[in-house]
Write a protein of this length. Structure first.
Length: 181
């Protein structure tokens, strides 16, 4: 079960137990209470809310990728993969044993089109550093905005007409508003 909300307060009760109260959005409280009662003990993982990107933003990105492919002759998949690598904060670098590199890279790429890897030498003998890039399906609005801004620049550099800056800001604002950012 996932719900969006925020911490209302945290305190220690009279039995010296830690209590955290949450305020949640769009929730059928009766159904939630019934479900929680039947679950017993829980694993609780509290994470900062990150809005998912708008499908409209995603669709616009792919329209631009298609136009760029038509003009430049580059494959749409390669344009997308290169665009992914240009966004900061959407990759992790890990050090693995040399014998595990190929299996890790193959497994990672099965997550989707943008899920790709690069390798760098490691200073540790018998190991390789692997950069793991996340596909855009995991991007929040800020990351998707950067991806669109970059593809817009690429399109403009070869004379492809794009939305005006005002229209782009309206598109970005609409998905931020839809996702309560």
């Amino acid at each position: 079960m996932k719900v969006k909300g925020k911490v209302r307060g945290a305190y220690t009760d009279i039995h010296k137990k830690s209590v955290i109260e949450f305020e949640v959005e769009d929730c059928n409280i009766a159904a939630l209470n019934k479900e929680l009662e039947s679950m017993g003990e829980l694993n609780i993982d509290i994470k900062k809310y990150r809005a998912k990107r708008s499908l409209d933003a995603n669709a616009y990105f792919w329209v631009l990728v298609d136009k760029l492919s038509q003009v430049t002759g580059y494959n749409k998949t390669e344009i997308y993969k290169n665009a992914i690598k240009e966004i900061g904060g959407v990759s992790d670098t890990i050090c693995v044993t040399n014998k595990a590199v190929d299996k890790l890279r193959e497994s990672w790429s099965q997550n989707g089109l943008g899920w790709q890897t690069d390798t760098l030498p490691s200073k540790i003998d018998g190991c390789t550093n692997v950069i793991l890039y996340y596909g855009s399906s995991t991007y929040n609005s800020k990351q998707m905005s950067l991806l669109i801004d970059n593809i817009v620049q690429d399109c403009q550099s070869v004379g492809i007409e794009t939305l005006t800056p005002t229209e782009l800001e309206r598109l970005k604002a609409s998905w931020k508003e839809a996702n309560n950012e």
